[in-house]
Ligand binder design. Structure first.
Ligand code: CP
Ligand code: NVA
Length: 302
């Protein structure tokens, strides 16, 4: 079993991962060792930069008793054009699971097609499932559950937005995305999720999205690989910012999420990031706990 997108999972499977993550987090805080992955090795193939995804997956694997091998495009044969189908089959003969961070989603699909061990999406241009599962875990911790929540997304209809749409499609919470014209989320992903959950919608109004929200959520205006669009995007995204005015429209006890890294003063203000409603650091920590659950589920129990 692979994990490339949230839409591949049922509600029951997501709930199971969330319970495993919460249990594992509590166990870890109590200092109780849990090493179900002893003797297993995880390969990480990263074609884009990363702090959180790399460190949290590597730490997750070590805490579960396993080992990791990190491979970058630069210093492997991947950068010299070895076909993915060859790399994937060879890697499968060495390691017990593979995390991939890459550009086009079709690249990870190709890895998954030829891999005989689980492939887990550590971010593509289209999806970032592990991050959004960590975010849902954070909502559960802060709000007691995701049922009945209004989650709003401010900004780019990017990989994070697409994974949020799939999460809402599977789990059934309300999701309102405010995106500038021309930067809406993937049409097919939106259509499919909205047919399962009519409480998913896109607007161009940040006020409409934020009003009465339980969770405010944003991400950078220009993602990795879009560096040359950064200036044009700065103009298009003007006003698509989580600041104290926008936060004032949300519920009094609303929380703010950001997958990080953030560009303070663009999609979010420093004041909100450092403020009392920010759950951003717990969100970052939860990458570790949800990914431990994902690794245990895929490398041991699947
Ligand atoms: N949020 C996230 O995936 O961060 P990194 O790019 O640092 O891995
Ligand atoms: N949307 C961002 C997320 C980074 C974790 C990117 O793809 O660069």
């Amino acid at each position: 079993m692979h994990l490339l997108t949230i839409a591949e999972l049922t509600k029951q499977e997501v709930d199971r991962l969330l319970v495993m993550a919460a249990t594992g987090k509590a166990r870890h805080k109590m200092g109780i060792p849990h090493n179900p992955l002893r003797g297993k090795t995880l390969g990480l193939i990263f074609e884009k930069s990363s702090t959180r995804t790399r460190v949290s997956f590597e730490t997750a694997m070590y805490q579960l008793g396993g080992d990791v091998i990190f491979i970058s495009q630069r210093d492997s044969q991947i950068g010299r054009g070895e076909p993915i189908k060859d790399t994937s089959r060879v890697m499968s003969r060495y390691v017990d699971g593979i995390i991939i961070r890459t550009f086009g989603h079709e690249i990870i699909e190709e890895y998954a097609k030829y891999s005989t061990v689980p492939v887990i999406n550590g971010l593509t241009d289209l999806h970032h499932p592990c991050q959004v599962l960590a975010d849902v875990l954070t909502i559960i911790e802060k709000k007691g559950g995701y049922e009945g929540m209004k989650v709003c997304w401010i900004g780019d209809g990017n990989n994070m937005a697409n994974s949020w749409i799939e999460a809402a499609g599977v789990l059934g919470f309300e999701l309102v995305l405010a995106c500038p014209k021309g930067y809406f989320p993937h049409e097919g992903i939106l259509k499919k999720a909205a047919s399962a959950n009519p409480k998913i919608r896109v607007t161009e109004s940040v006020e409409e999205a934020a009003t009465g929200a339980d969770v405010l959520n944003t991400d950078v205006w220009a993602s990795m690989g879009q560096e040359e669009e950064a200036e044009a995007r700065k103009k298009a995204f003007d006003g698509f910012q989580i600041n104290s005015r926008l936060l004032g429209l949300a519920k009094k006890d609303a929380i703010v999420l950001h997958c990080l890294p953030a560009h303070r003063g663009e999609e979010i203000t420093d004041e909100v990031m450092e403020g009392p409603q920010s759950a951003i650091w717990d969100e970052a920590e939860n990458r570790l706990h949800i990914q431990k659950a994902i690794l245990e589920r895929l490398l041991v129990t699947a």
